[in-house]
Design a protein around this ligand. Structure first.
Ligand code: FES
Length: 83
């Protein structure tokens, strides 16, 4: 399972969360989505801090981790979302 990635974000800076899973780090867009149907999710950091950014793409509050990866890991629910 893909665990969240601890990432330092700067307050007021705009970031683009990767939704396609093709970026090099898996969490921030590097334009690798160009040949896909995916678009990055823009967000602005609200404080200078480290955040856990979602890597499994199952969080309900992306770009941030909500623990969804652990639920899917514990109950092996990936068959529900991997179509
Ligand atoms: S690289 Fe994944 S959305 Fe841009």
């Amino acid at each position: 399972m893909k665990h969240p990635v601890k990432t330092y974000l700067e307050k007021g800076k705009t970031y683009h969360f990767c939704t396609c899973s093709k970026s090099a780090d898996g969490v921030l867009c590097d334009k690798s989505h160009r040949d896909t149907e995916f678009e990055p999710k823009e967000f602005v950091a609200t404080r200078d801090s480290e955040f856990l950014l979602c890597l499994c793409k199952k969080s309900t509050c992306t770009p941030f981790c909500d623990g969804a990866h652990a639920i899917h890991e514990k109950f092996d629910l990936d068959f529900l979302t991997d179509a």
